[in-house]
Design a binder for this molecule. Sequence first.
Ligand SMILES: Cc1cc2nc3c(=O)[nH]c(=O)nc-3n(C[C@H](O)[C@H](O)[C@H](O)COP(=O)(O)O)c2cc1C
Length: 226
Amino acid sequence: MRECEHAGVSEGSGSRMVAGRIEYGDTGLTEDQLATTWLEQFRRWFDDAVQAGIPEPNAVVLATVGADSMPAARLVLMKSYGEAGIVVFTNGDSAKGRELAANPYAALVFPWHSLHRQVRLSGPVEGVDEAVSDAYFASRPYGARIAARVSRQSEVISGRTELEADWAAQARAYPEGGEVPRPAGWQGYRVRPESVEFWAGRQNRLHDRLRFRRTEDGWVTERLAP
Ligand SMILES: Cc1cc2nc3c(=O)[nH]c(=O)nc-3n(C[C@H](O)[C@H](O)[C@H](O)COP(=O)(O)O)c2cc1C
C-alpha cells in the first residue's frame, strides 16, 4: 500500500484498528469513455479483470434480504451474463434460496478493487429455464455434481464426518461415468439489473461513479457524487 492513514477511532477494549488506504491512480471512467450500454461497459471491464489475472474475476458478492428484513451477503460465481442479466447457480433450499423465494430482489458487487474498480448491480431475480440449469449442472465436474447432491446448504450439521459420509454414499449411488441427476431446487438465478454502477478510483477521493438506470423510457446514464 502506498499510503497508510491511522484514524483515531477505536471501538473500545479488544478492538483493532485497520490501517491501509491507497491513493488511486487517475485513469478513471469519464462520460466520453463510457459505453452506450451497461452490457458493453460490463463486458469491457470484465475482460480487463480477466486480462489482469484477477483470481476468479467472476466471483461476485450476492446480497439478499429475506422475510425477516435482515440483509445477507456472500460470494458466488457468475456463470453467464448478457442483455437479460447476470446468472449465478445455487441451491434453492439454501439460506439465499429461501431469501430469494421470499423477496426476489438482489444486489451484486464485483470487487475488482485491485484495478481500482467496482461494479454494482441490483434488480429483480428470476429462475432460469430448467433446461439451462440441467445443461450447466451436466457440465460441472463429477465431484461438484456429487457435492451438490450432498449439500443441504446452509443447514447446521454434526461435523465433517457427516459431510464426507454423505458424499461417499452419493458417490456409491451415482458412480463416476454414469448420470448424476440434478438435485431438486439446485438451479440458476438471473439478476435482471435495473441499476448498474461503474466505480473507478481517482486521486483525492474524487472517484468516478457512472450509473446506468432503467426507467420507463429506457436506460439513462448519470454521474453520482463519490
Ligand atoms: C469464491 C467463492 C465462490 C462461491 N461460489 C458459489 C456459487 O457459485 N454458488 C453457491 O451456492 N455458493 C458459492 N460459494 C459459497 C457461498 O459463499 C456460501 O457460503 C453458500 O452459498 C451458502 O450461502 P447461504 O447460506 O447464504 O445460502 C462461493 C464461495 C466463494 C468464497
